[in-house]
Design a protein around this ligand. Structure first.
Ligand code: C2E
Ligand code: MG
Ligand code: MG
Ligand code: MG
Length: 284
């Protein structure tokens, strides 16, 4: 009797596993189709100088609206793409599209593109970047690559070599998710970076928890000693912004200073900012 029930439970479990795996496979197939059909889109979120309020950069963020599932968040489809290798064509498309748009806008501040460790660890990645810049005649200093802290874990030597090659191209290198605590400082500090980007989780309690204020203060001191500017992500309230200003942060990115927006909305906002942008998105 008990044995029979156990057997049934196992069958049920196996069936549930099967359907989860099925669903994942379906999602993978639809993501592959979306990449091939180029139906993903990019939104752009401003990075703002904390003192002057000027837009000093735009981060490109991938968006996927699936016919069945509706909008799938990047925190779901990026890991799926990384596990299945789809991040390589997906990442190449994001890079191309962001460079195309930046060139079309005649952007005078960098466009930031997220790069997965899977992409960076491929030998040809610096060549892909060089080819894309050349294709769109985008000056390399107008491209910023955001590399996640996770990149140093698997192969720190390869990571450092690839970053060295990218730096030689003249692109800007930013360390995303800084402080999320996945890599040792020792390995991070050896990388040839231009900027540190503080993880959103660091900011949650900055206005009412002295300990979290002190952590940011310490990371700021570290950034200063490395002579690297720091970008703070996830700024949502005026109180957070003023706290960051008094901590000496340089650049803020968050819902307070601008949500991620579609290219046409960004073009309009940037024109209001007084930046020279061609408001054409190049799309019908
Ligand atoms: P990330 O690179 O750290 O990007 C910042 C994320 O924080 C974005 O989420 C953005 O919408 C969100 N954010 C910005 N300001 C605020 C705020 O004030 N409050 C809150 N609650 N959130 C804020 P998103 O677009 O959902 O992307 C999530 C992550 O997915 C990104 O984190 C990045 O790691 C990854 N991702 C997105 N697009 C790409 C891509 O094209 N390639 C790769 N490899 N990864 C990507
Ligand atoms: Mg990023
Ligand atoms: Mg980040
Ligand atoms: Mg992140």
């Amino acid at each position: 009797e008990a044995k029979g029930a156990g057997k049934n439970a196992f069958r049920f479990f196996a069936a549930a596993m099967d359907s989860a795996a099925q669903e994942r496979l379906q999602l993978e197939l639809r993501l592959r189709a979306a990449i091939e059909a180029e139906t993903l889109t990019l939104q752009y979120q401003p990075q703002v100088d904390v003192c002057s309020g000027q837009v000093v950069g735009l981060e490109a963020l991938a968006r996927w609206v699936d016919a069945e599932r509706g909008s799938v968040p990047p925190d779901e489809f990026i890991p799926l793409a990384e596990d299945t290798g789809l991040i390589v064509p997906l990442g190449a498309w994001v890079l191309d599209e962001a460079c195309r748009q930046a060139a079309l806008w005649r952007l005078t501040v960098p466009v930031a593109v997220n790069v997965s460790p899977v992409q960076l660890n491929r030998e040809d990645f610096p060549d892909v970047v060089a080819t894309t810049l050349a294709l769109h005649s985008l000056p390399p200093q107008l491209l910023k690559l955001e590399l996640t802290e996770r990149l140093t874990i698997r192969d720190p030597v390869l990571a450092a070599r690839q970053l060295g090659r990218l730096r030689e191209l003249g692109v800007r290198l930013s360390l995303d998710d800084f402080g999320a605590g996945q890599s040792s400082f020792a390995s991070l500090m050896r990388l040839p970076l231009h900027e540190l980007k503080l993880d959103r989780s660091m900011l949650a309690n900055v206005t009412d928890d002295p300990a979290s204020w002190q952590v940011i203060e310490a990371l700021m001191a570290l950034a200063r000693s490395l002579q690297l500017p720091i970008v703070v992500e996830g700024v949502e309230t005026p109180a957070q912004l003023s706290a960051l200003r008094s901590l000496g942060c340089h650049i803020a990115q968050g819902y307070l200073t601008g949500r991620p927006q579609s290219p046409d909305v960004v073009a309009r906002l940037m024109t209001l900012e007084g930046l020279e942008v061609n408001s054409d998105t190049g799309r019908p």
